[in-house]
Design a protein around this ligand. Structure first.
Ligand code: ADP
Ligand code: MG
Length: 364
C-alpha cells in the first residue's frame, strides 16, 4: 500500500497562555512512501517524527494537508478504519492478559463481515506469533517475558489485523544494546516477509541507516532530505544532514574558497573549480583522510587508537570546529605514534563544503 503525505502541517496551540507561542510540529511535509518499503523517519528529539506518525495513524488530525493510502483519501478516517498497526516504545501490553489474549485483543471487537470465529482468531494469533517467533510463549503473562519478547508480542498484536501500513515509533529504545540489534534485524525480516509498507521512527541514525530502504531526515518539523541511506550519507544536502549521519561523525572545519581552491588554514587542500571566493564550512568524513608524508593538511597528533581492522587517528587543528578530528584509516597504514603531527591528503568525494550562513551544500 502506497502512502502519500501531501503538504502535512500540524500546529499545536500554545501550552503557555502568556507567551501564546504556538508550536509548528510538522511543517508542509510532502512525501510518497512506495508500496512495500520500509522507511526510516529520522531526526533529533522534538523534530516532529511522532507527530508525523500519529497523523498517518489517525491519532492526530493534521492542521492542514492530506494523507492518502493508495488512492484513498484517509485524512478524515478514524484510526480504527485506516487498517494500520501501531507499535510504541513502551510495549503497552495488558499485564493481566496472557500473550495469546494480548495478541488476539485487536480481533475481539471486529464487527459485521469482519467478525471472526474463535478458531479463526486463534489461527490468526498463532500465525502472527510464529512470525515474530514467540509461539512457544503464548500462555505466559507479560511480566514473565524479557523486554525483547514483550516487544515481539506488541509487534504480533500490531500484525494480527493484517494492517495495510505498519507504524513503529522508536520500538527499540527500551531494549538493551544486544537485543536492539537482534530485534531490528527481526523487524526487517518480518517486514520483508509480509511486504507491509512500514514507517519506522527513530532518532538513532545507525538504526535507521541499517534497516531502511529509504530514510527521511527531519529537522524542526521540516523535511531535509529523502533517499537511500547510502545516497544520503554520500550526498548530504546541508550541514545538518551531513552531521546527523555517520559514526564517528563528520569532521567540521572553517575554510575558505580562493581562486578555485579550498583552503583550511593556509593549506590548499582541494580543487573546487567554479566555486566563487567565499568563507565556507567544510565537512570531511572520517574515511576521507589519507596519510601522506607530503600531504596538504597538517594536523597535530593527539592519539592513535587501533581497532583491529581500522586505525582511528585523533588529531587537532586550529580551524577545526570540534575539539578533535577523527580519521579512520586502514590498519595496514603505519602511523608513527611518536610524531607530533601527521599530514593528510583528502579524498574529494568525502569532502563537502557548505554556505557559511545558510549551511546549504555548495556543489563543485
Ligand atoms: P519527536 O517524535 O521527533 O521527538 P514530536 O512529534 O513528539 O517529536 O514533537 C514535535 C514538537 O511538537 C515538539 O516541539 C513537541 O514539544 C511538540 N508537541 C508534540 N505533541 C504536542 C502536544 N500534544 N501539544 C503541544 N505540543 C506538542
Ligand atoms: Mg517521538
Amino acid at each position: 500500500m502506497k502512502v502519500v503525505l501531501q503538504n502535512l502541517t500540524k500546529i499545536f496551540p500554545s501550552r503557555d497562555k502568556k507567551s501564546n507561542q504556538e508550536v509548528v510540529a510538522v511543517n508542509d511535509f510532502s512525501f510518497e512512501i512506495p508500496d512495500g518499503k520500509l522507511i526510516g523517519l529520522l531526526g533529533p528529539s522534538g523534530c516532529g517524527k511522532s507527530t508525523t506518525l500519529y497523523m498517518i495513524s489517525g491519532l492526530q488530525k493534521p492542521t492542514s494537508g492530506k494523507i492518502f493510502f493508495g488512492d484513498d483519501d484517509v485524512t478524515e478516517l478514524s484510526t480504527e478504519n485506516r487498517g494500520i498497526g501501531l507499535v510504541f516504545q513502551n510495549y503497552a501490553l495488558y499485564p493481566h492478559m496472557t500473550v495469546k489474549q494480548n495478541i488476539m485483543f485487536p480481533l475481539e471487537n471486529l464487527k459485521g463481515k469482519d467478525k471472526l470465529t474463535k478458531a479463526e482468531k486463534l489461527e490468526r494469533a498463532m500465525s502472527a506469533a510464529k512470525l515474530v517467533q514467540i509461539d512457544e510463549l503464548m500462555d505466559r503473562k507479560p511480566n514473565e517475558l524479557s523486554g525483547g519478547q514483550q516487544q515481539r508480542v506488541a509487534i504480533a498484536r500490531a500484525l494480527v489485523k493484517m494492517p495495510r501500513v505498519l507504524l513503529l515509533d522508536e520500538p527499540l529504545s527500551n531494549l538493551d544494546a544486544r537485543l536492539r540489534l537482534q530485534t531490528r534485524e527481526e523487524i526487517r525480516r518480518i517486514q520483508k516477509e509480509t511486504g507491509i509498507t512500514t514507517v519506522f521512527v527513530t532518532h538513532d541514525q545507525e538504526e535507521a541507516m541499517s534497516i531502511s530502504d529509504m530514510i527521511v531526515v527531519m529537522k524542526l518539523g521540516v523535511l531535509q532530505q529523502i533517499g537511500k541511506p547510502q545516497e544520503v550519507y554520500d550526498d548530504p544536502v546541508n550541514l545538518f544532514v551531513a552531521k546527523f549521519l555517520g559514526t564517528p561523525p563528520i569532521n567540521v572545519f572553517n575554510g575558505a574558497v580562493k581562486e578555485g581552491k579550498l583552503y583550511i588554514g593556509d593549506a590548499a587542500v582541494l580543487e573546487t573549480p567554479g566555486v566563487e571566493d567565499q568563507e565556507v564550512t567544510v565537512g570531511i568524513r572520517p574515511e576521507g583522510f589519507e596519510l601522506e608524508a607530503d600531504g596538504a593538511l597538517e594536523c597535530q597528533l593527539s592519539n592513535v587508537e587501533v581497532m583491529g581492522r581500522d586505525v582511528s587517528i585523533v588529531t587537532t587543528h586550529p580551524a577545526s570546529c570540534n575539539v578533535t578530528i577523527r580519521s579512520i584509516i586502514d590498519a595496514d597504514c603505519k602511523v608513527d605514534v611518536t610524531a607530533t603531527s601527521v599530514r593528510y591528503n583528502l579524498k574529494p568525494h568525502k569532502v563537502f563544503i557548505f554556505n557559511k550562513e545558510t549551511e546549504e551544500r555548495i556543489y563543485f
